[in-house]
Write a protein of this length. Sequence first.
Length: 576
Amino acid sequence: MSDKVRIYQLTKELGIDTKQMLALLDSIGVEYKSHSSTLDNETAETVRQLLHDDSSKRAAGGSTAVAEPAIQRPSDPLRPPVVTVMGHVDHGKTSLLDFIRKAKVAEGEAGGITQHIGAYQAQTPSGLITFLDTPGHEAFTTIRQRGATVTDIAVIVVAADDSIMPQTREAIAHAKAAKVPIIVAINKIDLPQANIDRVKRDLVKVELAPEDYGGDTIAVPISAKTGQGIDQLLELISLVAELEDLRAPQTGLASGTIIESVLDKRAGVLATVLVQRGTLKVGDSLVSGEVWGRVRAMSDFSGARLQEAGPSTPVQVLGFSEQPHAGDRVEALASDQVAKALVSKRIAARQEQVVQRDKRAVTLAELFGQPKRQRLNLVLRADTQGSLEAIKGVLARESEAGDEVEVNVLFDAVGAPTEADLLLASTADAIVMSFGVTAPGSVKKSAERYGIEMRSYRIIYDLIDDVKRLIRGQVEPVFAEQLLGRAEVRLVIKVPRSGNIAGSYVTEGLIRRGAKARVLRGGKEVYKGSIVQLRRFKDDVREVATGFECGINLQNYDHVQEGDLIECYDLVEVRA
């Protein structure tokens, strides 16, 4: 019997929908690339047991361990659309949100809005609309895996006197990457220098041709200052939502997304949750990522206390043990015990994945899916517009000439790579390529932290040749181990706050702080991780050479023993 099973095979075996299977894998923290990915037998058996337990509980009239998979059914009730407003910093995004909030939210409320929680709902003649008031492009960039998105409709705000600016183009790129309908709000039409036709012509250039220019993009002239056109904008949002036929089940355990979280000195952890399916209730046990909690209290955007909340409802939840991350899924579970067990399983799975990832070579093939014609997604940065156009022209020709790989430039701009570039690259599994410019240190660190590949070039032909090799599959970066040194553990020093320190003697090469490390015992590997602290006597040092003694503190490992051998190494990229 094989020790692995493909997801689609297990789906067929259990007689469930593919979306149900992927949703279940998400809920228990299993990583995968597509429905063709393989699962080990232990994970497959866990899935079988979960489905068996849930089926048994449903048959007995009880609650299931995890929320039902997020599948939209024609029989589900309609839900309000979730809208994110995006645009250039000076084009009136905040003014538009403020106008809608005051005119459509506080309308008829004696006290108005008493608190702001990052999301709110507006009442229109066509029904409720949920707006996410998140900074930047968080609504898209933090929901990046497997096509999931928290936003149903994107409204791009463009100033009529300024037209499309760099941040506008970034917003459009993010909305396109999220594959949601786009409505353009042409703002500031009250200004004498407003030029609506210019904006519409520029929209054609970014492949958002308005309806009166032969396209299908809805472009609405508005003034966030006077309110002109805003009612029409809200009506069109409702119309697009109606065409999208947005539905969600209102019964059963809730699931949704963390919009933001803060640590309040008096109340503790407060998380803004967008409920996307089911009904969230006070007393529900919750899990988000590796954090669990119970809903102790819940309030809406106006500060009113709630006992329950349905789909598309933003609520502020009190009760998480730690701050959950914005963009993480949140699931209501049957009990605190189930929640704690699931969090423990996720933590263990992540730690195991880190160990397994370090044991194997990592190639570019893992960054892409398996479509019939593979897509190489790129974010381009260059020193001049001329360089940018030259690179794009060559890439377009290479893409047209290839039968198997399409080169897709998601976003291009003059200047050094930014955090926004990384967020977009993360959304679409893209590589950030820069020519003639260098990324700031903070951006490089973020790229490393989030596993986003960045490449920089000084010679344009090197960039083009590299892309050609990527297209042809001739260059797949492989990370190989480069041994730095070895040390023998001669004494184990117990330090209460720092964990056990391995008093060691360097027998070969050098030992370096921050480098990868493994512990060998009797010739067998018992640990793999990194060196977090290195000391000579009482001093912290960067490295220790052959023939010297040192104290080695290994990350999350307190089981080192006398006689163990510690090997120190780096992972270096080897090109084919």
